[in-house]
Design a protein around this ligand. Structure first.
Ligand SMILES: Nc1ncnc2c1ncn2[C@@H]1O[C@H](COP(=O)(O)OP(=O)(O)OP(=O)(O)O)[C@@H](O)[C@H]1O
Ligand SMILES: [Mg+2]
Length: 441
């Protein structure tokens, strides 16, 4: 990509970007939330037209008007939020819209055979006849990759592919990436997890505020240097807190009341009065501004604007979303959406916050911010029930339950220890559990 800019209104999401990816390499795009990573890749796959600049493929200038055009040129992308059709099976999703399978006479068995060969070659284990809704997130991702390869991708863009994966699934993903590059294909990997970046990249291009800071070979840098380049200043201190008192509360019963038996017609009111949800896929409404999305639960509870505004102000500041509240969900990055989803859950000051992978799309600064906020409201008496794959997020918890095969397999309590030692205990436990198969924390 040469001198590529992408402007929304008068805001440059990408500014004069030069980016090269070679055959057979993993190029990482590294940058904080909102740095412009997804936008740049959306330009590359023809979802957006660049405001300025050109794209070259094998030395030849190309125009990429649409994702279909990108596919023809051998460029595929697995988006930050998957684009699978939930009502269909794995197989149907893979062949959906493929030019060879249009028309009435699809030879399903021949296609299946072809897909199975491809999946075996790259270790992309999937069950073709399962509905998408029945398979785990890691498997859905393999379907997305398979779909891109089935369409002949030579350059594969993976936008935050590890966000919702377990450590073992990430290992699997890296194996797939290595296999692809061994065969001369190229991978653009988007991540803000330094450990992963240092592990898998050949080269790393750092984006900050829409511009390329620099591109480095992995051997010539380290995680600390990358983090500093990414945020544009020296990172200070570490992220471990030691002031947590280890208190915890909340069992199956809520204040002695069995909530399973709540009558259907009382459920909505119960949720409104007691619970805040941070959904994994954010659940923001595209037709409302982010501010209105966040206000929604309070509007439903009949609060006036002043009340809502007073609640939102400090929350927005702490979550770093004050400047984007007038925007719409489709105008902001994955990390920004996730922080707004958190604000919407917290604004009612619920007794219990249920948070599904609340840091999945966040860079380390934002996830520190959110976890700190969770810590504060927790000390104020609110309970947080979080589902996470992140050992760091889990290390903030007073209690960690490890689930496997639908059962609680292990439980760790925090007994006055530091967060750092809790972090180590959780990693160690995960390692032990994972030796017996797939594990989820
Ligand atoms: N359609 C749009 N209209 C207006 N602004 C947009 C649009 N899409 C993205 N932006 C803005 O451009 C900036 C870059 O967004 P982008 O999604 O590329 O970030 P990102 O680096 O992928 O971040 P994240 O790590 O959070 O996914 C953000 O400030 C975002 O609000
Ligand atoms: Mg993004």
């Amino acid at each position: 990509m040469e001198h590529v800019s992408k402007r929304f209104g008068d805001f440059y999401a990408n500014k004069d970007i030069n980016l090269t990816v070679y055959k057979g390499e993993v190029l990482t795009l590294l940058g904080e939330n909102g740095a412009g990573k997804s936008t740049l890749m959306n330009v590359l796959i023809g979802l957006y037209q660049p405001t300025e600049g050109s794209i070259y493929l094998n030395g030849k200038k190309v125009r990429i008007d649409s994702p279909a055009q990108a596919v023809k040129l051998g460029i595929g992308m697995v988006h930050q939020h998957f684009m699978l059709v939930e009502a269909m099976t794995v197989f149907e999703n893979i062949i959906l819209g493929d030019r060879n399978t249009r028309g009435l006479f699809i030879d399903r068995e021949a296609r299946k055979k072809e897909i199975l060969e491809l999946s075996a070659r790259y270790g992309l284990d999937v069950e073709l006849d399962r509905p998408i809704t029945e398979i785990a997130v890691g498997a859905q991702q393999r379907v997305e990759i398979l779909k891109a390869l089935y369409r002949g991708a030579e350059l594969l863009v993976l936008d935050e592919p590890s966000a919702a994966l377990t450590d073992i699934e990430v290992e699997g993903l890296f194996k797939i990436m290595r296999k692809l590059t061994e065969e001369g294909k190229s991978v653009i990997f988007i991540s803000h997890k330094m450990r992963e970046v240092m592990h898998i990249s050949d080269r790393i291009t750092i984006l900050r505020a829409g511009e390329v800071v620099t591109t480095l070979r992995r051997e010539e840098t380290d995680g600390q240097a990358l983090a500093n380049l990414m945020i544009g200043r020296e990172l200070q201190g570490d992220y471990f807190r030691s002031d947590y008192d280890g208190s915890h509360s909340g069992e199956v019963l809520l204040d002695g009341k069995n909530i399973v038996t709540i009558r259907e017609r009382d459920i909505a009111a119960f949720r409104r009065d007691h619970l805040g949800f941070v959904f994994q896929d954010f659940n923001l409404l595209d037709t409302f501004s982010l501010r209105d999305n966040i206000f929604l639960p309070l509007v439903l509870a009949g609060k006036d604007y002043e009340f809502m505004d007073a609640r939102l102000r400090p929350l927005a500041k702490q979550l770093g979303i004050s400047d984007i509240l007038e925007k719409y969900p489709y105008e902001v990055s994955g990390g920004q959406k996730q922080r707004c989803a958190a604000a919407r859950a917290l604004i009612t000051e619920p007794q219990i916050v249920l948070a599904d992978e609340p840091t999945g799309a966040l860079d380390s600064r934002s996830s520190d911010g959110l976890l700190e906020l969770f810590g504060e409201i927790n000390r104020d008496g609110q309970t947080i029930l979080m589902v996470t794959h992140s050992v760091k997020a889990a290390s903030h918890a007073g209690r960690v339950l490890f689930l496997r095969d639908g059962q609680v397999y292990h439980q760790l309590y925090r007994g006055g220890e530091t967060q750092e030692s809790q972090f180590r205990r959780i990693s160690d436990t995960l390692t032990v559990l994972s030796q017996g198969g797939e594990s989820h924390a």
